[in-house]
Write a protein that binds this ligand. Sequence first.
Ligand code: AMP
Length: 288
Amino acid sequence: MTSRLEDAALGAPHEAQGSLAVARTIRELRELLDPWRARSRIGLVPTMGAFHEGHLALMRAARTECDRVVVSLFVNPTQFGPGEDLGRYPRDEGRDLRLAREAGVDVVFAPPADELYPSGFQTWVEVAELSAPLEGELRPGHFRGVATVCLKLFNVVRPQAAYFGQKDAQQLALIRRLVRDLDLEIEIRAVPTVRDPDGLALSSRNAYLGPEERAAALALPRALQRGAGVFGRGDAVAAARAVLDAEPGLSTQYVEIAELEGQRVLAAAVSVGSTRLIDNVVLEETRP
Ligand code: AMP
C-alpha cells in the first residue's frame, strides 16, 4: 500500500489531496481508476447518498485501509418496490460531495439511472436463501435489486475491498454470500452501526421523522438492547417485542433472531407513521 504522499513523490497521475473527482458514466469512472489499478488498493463504499455519520464511518474505514476511495452515490431504483419511497428518498448531492471531499474520498461515482440500467436491461442476480426472510419477506425483489447493483458496481470499480454497514445486517450477509458464491476477489469489510447519542441508528430515512415519531422510534434500539440482554438466559425475541408493544407510536413488522453468514443477530423492523426503520444487534459470532 502506498500513501498519498508517496504517490505524489512518484508523480502518480492524480489530483492533490482534498480534491474529489465526480464520474457520471462508467467510461469516465474507468478513465479515472485505470491509471491507479496497478499500484493502488481501491476501496468502494456503495451508498444511496443523503450522507450521515454512518456513511462517513464507512468512508473513513476505507480511507484508512485503502490507497484510493471510491464512493458510489446512486439511489438504486430496482431495490425499491411499488409504493415505497423511491420518489421522496432524500437527495442532496451538493452536500454529499462536500462531505465526501472532507472525508478524503477520491472519486464519487454518481451516474444517472439509465447508465446502470440502459433500455433492454434484463440480467438479475439472486442470492436465493438469504433474500427470503426478514426484509426480503416484506420487500419482495429488494435484495435482487441490491445484489444486482452491487455486482455491477463491483464490476465497474473492481475494488480490492468494499465497505458495508452492520446496520443493514441482512444486506451485509447477502453481499458476503454473493462474493463467495461468484468467486469475486473482493474483501467485504463490515463497519459497526453508528448511532445518535439517544441510541437511534443513523439512517437517511430518519429525516422523515417528526419529533414525536422520533421519540417513538427510540423504542427500537431500546427493544434490541433489552433482547440482547436476555439472550442466553431467556426469550430475547419476547423481551424485545414487549418493549415495542409498549410504544403506541410504532407498529412492529418483525422481531426475529436470524443466523446471517456467521453472525447471529436480533433484527427488527418497525413503522413509525409512514416511515420504515430497521435495526439489529449482533448476539454472537457463529462462524466456526
Ligand atoms: P444507504 O445509503 O442507506 O444505502 O447506506 C449505504 C451504506 O451505509 C450501507 O452499507 C449501510 O449499511 C451503511 N449504513 C447506513 N446507516 C449506517 C449506520 N447508522 N451505521 C453504519 N453504517 C450505516
